[in-house]
Write a protein that binds this ligand. Structure first.
Ligand code: GLC
Length: 462
């Protein structure tokens, strides 16, 4: 007994010391207990599914949002898009309705991408939508439309700027010369100091003019030779400003502050699926994978590598089964609409989410005691005490749940809430059932696969 008290005391002391040590290196304005952070991110870890929107004048060339860099287009030549940008069919209410129907609970829109073009009426630049033929702010109506659908608002803001005259050119800049020595002359009159002031002014606008902002996606860092990282951005200063304006906002990890525990809220695996829940310094961290329908983020007319609805549904499930969020991107056209291929996919997701969102919202990776059946992904809702089995390949009649005996009391299909009967095969033998372990359960499935992109079985746990 004494031993146990002593041991518990020691553990509390160790975790308090670990916490205090981490706090020592944390700037005063960034101090937050793990419980406070969890609370701040509670909506985010619950909602799981968001819409990313990459939109800007690069929708006109329609061949990647990096077209300016990929084709080394000069400012003068890129100007032809600015002078003709007129998304006359833009109706963000239609976008918001599609997002809501697909079950997306938050949106993150590119207020400014790497090309420097601003979608809002920024006071500190002329390089903005209000100076194009369209002539109106795009962000305010979007924020209003998405909020009206109950969707939370996030902004993507590019740290990189391939238009700003003070932004020192670097190895990924469209104007980077073949001979790096030549960059020195170009950079002679450029000032990172002035560019930082510009970023701060813009972030201040974005975080004060549009009400509550729930996520901020700053993009991105490439430290090292001829690159930019936290020293160039002065990331600590930026984050301090951000937190002072919107203390609750959830911020990504692309400011090059990964070496700290306080400089980011979530990891951002891009266009790949992690093998397992990402771990940083020995701990599972919040993560949000951003994914595209077709490969590029901006509208790309001639890209034919579109994912199927099935792949996207599985992607959402797999992400949640590993404790993550999915931020799924749409690249609207320069007329201001989602193209048919995007709509088809959003509608497919909507159809699945209509019946299965319960296995996504509020769910996370299942505890290890639940073995993953063949060809399945599990998600788990601790609060509701439910386990969700996503069956990727519908098996013939039986699904074996190894070691599940006594762990649940009722099973049903999620799409129609129809009961699934089961046997606990304690009396092996006979030639019409397979023998299974004494602690296993065999679910009796209908021979025909339920009509769902991925059928889900809901277990009500003990
Ligand atoms: C990247 C790309 C980009 C895209 C983004 C999305 O780092 O530069 O074009 O906006 O990631 O995560």
């Amino acid at each position: 007994m004494m031993k146990k008290v002593w041991f518990t005391g020691l553990m509390i002391w160790i975790s308090a010391m670990t916490f205090l040590k981490a706090q020592q290196n944390t700037p005063a304005w960034a101090v937050e207990t793990p419980a406070q952070k969890q609370e701040r991110m509670a909506w985010w870890t619950h909602d799981r599914f968001g819409m990313f929107i990459h939109w800007g004048i690069y929708a006109m060339p329609a061949r990647h949002e990096w077209v300016k860099r990929n084709e080394r287009i000069s400012d003068e030549d890129y100007q032809k898009y600015f002078e003709r940008f007129d998304p006359d069919l833009y109706n963000p209410r239609e976008w918001a309705a599609k997002a809501r129907a697909a079950g997306m609970k938050y949106v993150v829109v590119t207020a400014k991408h790497h090309d420097g073009f601003c979608l809002w009426d920024s006071k500190v630049t002329d390089y903005k939508v209000t100076n194009t033929p369209y002539g109106k702010d795009l962000i305010a109506p979007l924020v209003e439309a998405f909020r009206a659908e109950g969707i939370r608002i996030g902004f993507y803001y590019s740290l990189i700027d391939w238009h700003h005259p003070d932004f020192p050119i670097d190895r990924i800049h469209p104007a980077w010369p073949d001979n790096p020595e030549a960059a020195k002359a170009i950079n002679a009159n450029r000032s990172m100091e002035r560019y930082r002031t510009y970023m701060k002014a813009q972030l201040t606008e974005l975080l004060t003019r549009f009400g509550r902002i729930d996520e901020l996606f700053l993009d991105f860092s490439y430290p090292g030779e001829n690159g930019k990282g936290h020293l160039e951005w002065n990331s600590e200063d930026l984050l301090k400003l951000i937190r002072s304006l919107q203390p609750h906002v959830v911020v990504d990890n692309r400011m090059d502050l990964d070496h700290t525990d306080w400089g980011w809220d979530f990891a951002t695996p891009e266009q790949f699926m992690p093998q397992e829940w990402p771990i940083v310094r020995g701990k599972r961290v919040p993560w949000e994978t951003c994914q595209t329908f077709s490969g590029s983020w901006g509208y790309y007319r001639d890209e034919y590598s579109w994912k199927s609805v099935h792949q996207l549904v599985v992607m959402l499930i797999e992400t949640v089964s590993k404790g993550g969020n999915l931020l799924l991107n749409v690249g609207p056209t320069a007329r201001g609409v989602f193209d048919d291929r995007a709509i088809e996919r959003l509608d497919g997701l909507a159809e699945w989410m209509k019946f299965h969102s319960r296995s996504i919202y509020g769910c996370t990776q299942a505890p290890e005691e639940f073995a993953v059946p063949q060809n399945c992904f599990l998600t788990y809702n601790a609060e509701k005490k439910r386990l969700y089995i996503h069956v990727l390949e519908w098996p013939f009649k039986s699904l074996h749940l190894m070691g599940y005996k006594g762990k649940f009391k009722y099973a049903q299909l999620l799409n129609d809430a129809s009961e699934i009967q089961y046997t606990i095969n304690t009396t092996p033998g006979g030639h019409t059932t397979e023998n299974s372990g004494a602690n296993d359960v065999i679910l009796s499935l209908p021979v025909q696969r339920p009509d769902a992109e991925v059928p889900v079985i809901e277990l009500f746990l003990e």
